[in-house]
Design a protein around this ligand. Sequence first.
Ligand code: CP
Length: 306
Amino acid sequence: KKDLLTTTHLTLQEIHNILETAQQFAEGMVWKPETQKFVANLFFEPSTRTKSSFEAAERRLGLDIIPFEVGTSSVLKGETLYDTVKTLEVIGVNAVVIRHTADNYFDELAEGISIPVLNGGDGCGHHPTQSLLDLLTIRQEFGSFEGLNIAIIGDTLHSRVARSNADVLSRLGANVVFSGPKEWFDVERMPEGCRFVPVDQAIAEADVVMLLRIQHERHSDGEKINVKDYHLKYGLTVEREARMKHGSIIMHPAPINRGVEIADCLVESERSRIFKQMQNGVYVRMAVLKRALENQEGGIGYVAAD
Ligand code: CP
């Protein structure tokens, strides 16, 4: 079955195939499954972009969405994630999208669940569709990844995007560096070969400046961050943006802390591809849903051979 759990699980060929399909969707390709397919979106953590763009993708593909809200489900009675997904599977759901607070929540679904699981983000672990939409945005801009300088700047310690992107971009031939507060850079958790460089150098050399949100909700209470101080020391200020290379772009997975990791006026500036990334999120999610559902046996209307 075609799960999408991490980008590390994907071969380069699979990544290129997903990006190509997503680009075709961006250019107007239409694909719908031959039989009725049901999907459910299980969000155990807040989301605007991932949840609504998965839903937009599902509707564009003509899928039937079975509404699921954690707050009105039997999760509140203590039902496990495994039993929740198994229940959805046996009532006919063909694929589930899950965002969960626990790192690698999908490990408990590895045995016994037959329908594809699409990871919408696991704790501080992975966010594969975010990485793929970032890749699509870079590919649209530069055509390929080979030799590009990518600077990932900010809360690398808590970011599920940072590690996924560093891994996949390095495998695709880009040079990835990290920057921000050095104490937030954990070399042990980063892919081999990724370096830490001071923020002014990282920004001046980058083709892509990829900013990360300070994840206040994952920092302990004793770790209060002065946001004004952060902006001046590590943020993309107007002065730093003026030193960016010709043709370089700004990205951010959002939500954005305007005026903290990026100056408010740069969020929608000419270099910014932040809202383009969100638009590409719909096409990437259409591509991974197609990958999960095409050639899948079952679904209403499917008649098994004797
Ligand atoms: N980038 C991202 O995952 O945004 P949401 O948390 O709003 O889904």
